[in-house]
Design a protein. Sequence first.
Length: 660
Amino acid sequence: MEERLSEFTSHLKELVELERKAEIEAMRLEMRRLSGREREKVGRAVLGLNGKVVGEELGYFLVRYGRDREIKTEISVGDLVVISRRDPLKSDLVGTVVEKGKRFITVALETVPEWAIKGVRLDLYANDITFKRWLENLNNLRESGKKALEFYLGLREPEEGQQVDFTAVDAGLNASQKKAIAKALGSHDFFLIHGPFGTGKTRTLAELIMQEVERGHKVLATAESNVAVDNLVERLVDSSLRIVRVGHPSRVSRALHETTLAYLITQHELYGELRELRVIGQNLKEKRDTFTKPAPKYRRGLSDREILRLASKGIGVRGVPARIIREMAEWIKLNEQVGKTFEDARKLEERIAREIIREADVVLTTNTSAGLDVVDYASYDVAIIDEATQATIPSVLIPINRAKRFILAGDHKQLPPTILSEKAMELSRTLFEGLIERYPHKSEMLTIQYRMNERLMEFPSREFYSGKVRADESVRKVTLADLGLRVPASKGLWNEVLKPENVLVFIDTSTREDRFERQRHGSESRENPLEARIVADTVGKLLELGLRPEWIGVITPYDDQRDLISSLLPEEVEVKTVDGYQGREKEVIVLSFVRSNERGELGFLKDLRRLNVSLTRAKRKLIAIGDSSTLRAHPTYERLIEFVRGRGTMVEASELRLSF
């Protein structure tokens, strides 16, 4: 058993190394292949920036980089960026984006070299820290981490749990949510909460956390993304629980800053002392820098000790005048004081942080940041992990390793973690997936969804969840009419497409000559010009009806189609691939399937988890555009088309009046 476990752990480490290399390589390759301007065009660089230091926060300098032209970029708050003059591959100055405006981006940096202020560029950077923490944790697996892997590999049988009675704090929970909580509370080792689209997973976890604390347990609550952690914090912030949000403050939503460890440190009774030490350290540093630094050209091989001895005698040596020796000696003495003062400050800050973490009921952070030393200042009874089906095994093992038992929440029928390396594809199989297949009795599914009209929900529920998901009364009949939308009584098929009561529409391109997909030169991706133009017409008409741009979302599985559609639509309408919409929702979704060929080739449309996510983002209306003759090559798509024929609205693209 021990041997099998260490084999598997070594294998995981190899996969992590492969993925790390692939991610860094992909980033470097792009930096090499694309010019700065091209990289800016795809949203991963910003050129022509000048910066100025606008403040300090928690030991970081805040540099605001701006320019006269508007900044349009995919780089967002929390991302790592590399700052360079010309070639990002030659720079090792990396910072975290803390704020973003129309014409500026503010970055937190540990140091600000002189060259990093004028005429620089920012490039999105691969986050190497994540991989380092995964590996570090795999190298230091404790009992809890090992046990989790033994369950996954079938080397150990889990204990039978029981349901625990509880009085809910949240009176609005439904029966399936309460049952999941009751079973999770009664599990001795692990439990899985299976939460399909819109079923109130975060709300359930917030109640579970409160119930665990009620039982005197200390909770470590994590998720793969900062957004998901913030969602949990939001639900707990008004409770009586003592919560601490750990992580770089720039990655925490502004509204929740008062829950962060960094903020709580500033409120601690010893903070005045800590601040004083830092001010003294800074003053000593400034004083030190008025003296000559013992650089090699002045030092000429002299050790610190020799410099101090010569200075006490007031003599020069090896062509270095006595004045310079004296200056260097002062620098050395002050430098020692600087080091000691900052070390004292570090120790005091650690003491304050320890106290705050120890006294907390719940510590919340991302999976990766659960690897920080500060999280380990306390021991945890239970780790509660959201988005567990979007996290690799090395990632969820970090919080699991720090608690006596664990609860995972997620949906293995939606998208798995994104893995770049072909050789490391195994990493996309999650712990949640492995455990729910092996021990289905250790899981409970949430069955009431609060997102969408029941007609939109019916097919995914039947196809992916054995028909168990049902719509809550509050959303069962929602349509665009509730938003005050009325379709003018014009004639023609567009009326059928746009009518609020027609919540599920499929525009079929199969009878048009120009329906086929194409591939750009040198691209692995696909695009479909006909579908892109139909999307543009559809969105245009929705906007004419008075829909706000932020209510509309466009989804397509292919990057090239996303770029093509984006070029035809107003900027305010969000166009993303399926991966960009996981965990999100819009009032209306327009979906372009892209694939249309004589061979019935579907490519990665065959990953049905992509289809599930695409079909479950819309609250009030879904308009899908595709070639039914190609899509029918797959039984699930065939069933979808038949479902729309029977229960939705099927429209022939060749009979629609298009604007082109």
